[in-house]
Design a protein around this ligand. Structure first.
Ligand code: FA5
Length: 343
């Protein structure tokens, strides 16, 4: 019997040394100390079956063994509690020696960046920024801009109609009317925003793009003001050396109207094979003109007393030019390699 007890003590010590988890602890208790099924309590039940002279020493021996098992149990329990605390602490206290987490920084989208640059130039010239709805009334998008239902200019801009007299605005010009009705002259505003046309996406077109409208209304505003303003703006945007020219054109809402070109910012007209200007040396950059008297009237302004000029430009095309892009769709593909280069 003493041999068996020594063997059992070794088992108890080994099992206690291997306790790593609360489950191990529980198993140890059940195997050796549980009143019902534990090995050590089971040995006490054997005492009455032993010869009387052995009972006392046997009883003493298994008592010692039980005390040992209980103390090993307690120590293991303490050890596990300590581990738990250390684990909690490890989680709670940041380790300054670990490498930091890398959070990639975003940046302003190229379209927004160009838009902000243009806005800043006009803000410096004393303009306000005006806003208007993207889901616009047909009346503001066309009729009030001197484009009646039968007018061929309605067909020029393939339109997303949404029903009930509403459409996705095809240009930012309807905000001219809204601003004239809201403000009193002198009016000096720019209107940045999204516009929509049923244009097939290709390297120079997308069905949604950005425009910036400009409108000035006051007494005595002339084409000279328009010319000086746009020259100042375009030189500030593309550089002092940039050439600016006005070509006669037609818009129903301006009279007279002009297309404005700048000298090619890539080759300056020196490369007959230039991919940007095709060798022409000039690039069309915006539409402009003196506000048509009918448009002033639609805005509630007397054309006998006031005159004004307006212009509209495509922000995406300007971003292309400034960055030397060959495909306007790059702005909308959300490709990180492209956006990273535009930072
Ligand atoms: C207009 O939209 C006039 N409202 C501009 C204007 C305002 C003239 C005030 C006179 C007075 P246009 O249709 O040309 O004009 O468009 C203006 C610019 O939008 C173009 O020069 C071009 O840069 C850009 N644009 C037109 N269609 C697209 C398209 N599908 N994708 C990207 N940019 C486009």
């Amino acid at each position: 019997m003493p041999d068996d007890i020594d063997e059992l003590q070794r088992k108890v010590e080994e099992a206690a040394a291997k306790i790593e988890t609360p489950q191990d602890l529980q198993r140890f208790k059940e195997e050796f100390l549980s009143r019902k099924r534990g090995i050590i309590p089971g040995l006490f039940k054997k005492i009455p079956t032993l010869p009387p002279q052995e009972r006392s020493s046997f009883g003493k021996r298994i008592n010692e063994l039980r005390e040992l098992a209980e103390s090993l149990f307690k120590k293991a329990e303490e050890r596990l509690k300590g581990n738990l605390w250390r684990e909690r602490l490890r989680k709670a206290i940041p380790d300054p020696t670990l490498p930091g987490y890398f959070k990639p920084l975003g940046s302003v989208h190229p379209i927004s960046e160009v838009s902000h640059t243009i806005e800043e130039i006009f803000l410096r010239m004393g303009y306000d920024i005006e806003d208007g709805p993207e889901v616009e009334m047909e009346y503001f998008n066309f009729d009030a801009l001197n484009i009646p239902p039968h007018h061929p200019a309605r067909q020029e801009q393939d339109t997303f109609f949404v029903g009930g007299g509403y459409l996705l605005r095809t240009h930012t010009s309807p905000v001219q009317i809204r601003a004239m009705r809201k403000r009193k002259p002198p009016i000096r505003i720019i209107v940045p925003g999204r516009v929509y046309r049923r244009d097939e996406a290709d390297p120079t077109h997308t069905p949604m793009f950005y425009q910036i409208e400009g409108l000035v209304v006051d007494r005595g505003i002339s084409f000279a003001h328009l010319k000086a303003t746009l020259e100042t703006f375009l030189k500030a945007l593309f550089g002092e050396e940039t050439g600016v020219r006005f070509r006669p054109s037609y818009f129903p809402f301006t009279e007279p109207s002009a297309e404005v070109d700048i000298s090619c910012p890539v080759c300056g007209g020196k490369d007959p094979n230039c991919s940007v200007c095709g060798g022409a040396g000039w690039i069309e950059i915006l539409g402009a003109g003196m506000v048509h008297p009918e448009v002033l009237r639609a805005g509630g302004i007397d054309p006998e007393e006031y005159s004004g000029f307006a212009f509209g430009l495509g922000v995406d095309r300007i971003s292309m030019l400034k960055r030397g892009l060959t495909d306007i769709r790059n702005h909308y593909w959300n490709r990180m390699d492209f956006l990273e280069q535009m930072k």
